[in-house]
Design a protein. Sequence first.
Length: 399
Amino acid sequence: MRICSVPLFAGIALLTLGIFPAAAQTRPEHVILWVVDGISDKAPDRVDLPNLKALAAQGVYYRQAYTVQTADPSHVPGQWSTYHTSSIPNPVLLAGTAMLRPGDQRYVQESFFPLKITAHVVNEISYRALNVGFHYTAQAGGSLMRGAGYQTGDDKTLSWATYILHTAKPTFMLIHMQDTGFAGSASRTAPAGSPYKDNIWGEGSPYRKTVAQQDVYLGKFIEVLKKEGIWEKTVIFLTGDHGQTETGWHPLDASEAWTMPLVIAGPGIKKDQKFEYAESIDVVPTLCYLMGVTPPINADGRILAEALDSPPANVAPRQQKIKELDFTLLDVENAIEKLKAAQPAAARGRGRGGPDPVADAERDYYRIERILEWNKFGTYDRLIEHHKRLLARINASLK
């Protein structure tokens, strides 16, 4: 387990943070990004979550926040594993964009560092590549440490977060509660005949129990914020890194895994408002606007103006680009599989010097594992349009 403190640089000239014109009287002094790993957007309706629902009543509740398709190529040799140790949605959430830059991507915590104290707490060392820009980090446990006999749960995550909050009063704190993601996989691997086999909502489901326990942890941490005297000065963003399928886990082709709830509450946030749609890339621009700091330079999410007491002027209307991109990529994936079935390798041009329609399609398909190449398209519209043209080409060859 690692807890470290990096002192503020002494003797340097004060840096100027980019300030956005959020109303001074409603600007929070602290912000918590509380991530519940793999939380289903159906959880608030399927499980008794009194603390989450109370938080939503004090703020704004988005029923579905879309992220990119969920994949984890961090253990596979390639461009992603060169720069990242976690699954794809996590850097997307912290960067405020799906157009990630390979090698030099900046994250939201760096908008506060070094003048404002930052902290990152999680019981899974796979997130270590995201530690840049945090003064305090506490990480241990997870799949990579189980073989060594070291396991830890989110009770320890809560303990670390409480200690750091009391000690340092961070301005920005990322708290990632990992146990829910592990529990979701239990339904997928449960023995035949189990009431929760392939059903995370089934009787005795570890997922249901863990989601309920996460709500307990949330309530305890809110009590800590009150005890420390900063509750009224703190804005909380509660969401997931990705969603959860009803059968458990988060395969990239399952749309249930692309959505999770989003709750925002605290100074500057409207009360008891409900909306249907947001995107995970919207969290960082909204958070930075509230806190008066500059987001990462390539953050392209939308400030959630409808959630704010004093929103900025001229915020663009909502466009469901991440959702459209997810389904477009899925359509291309399915079309390529049909093409493979219709034109087996032995019947294609491979080996005879002729064209190979499957190889051509896969070359032009920027699947989720190639996300670090998406930025060359510049915009989501161009990326989506490229894949729609590819889809039309594949469908034409299937006729």
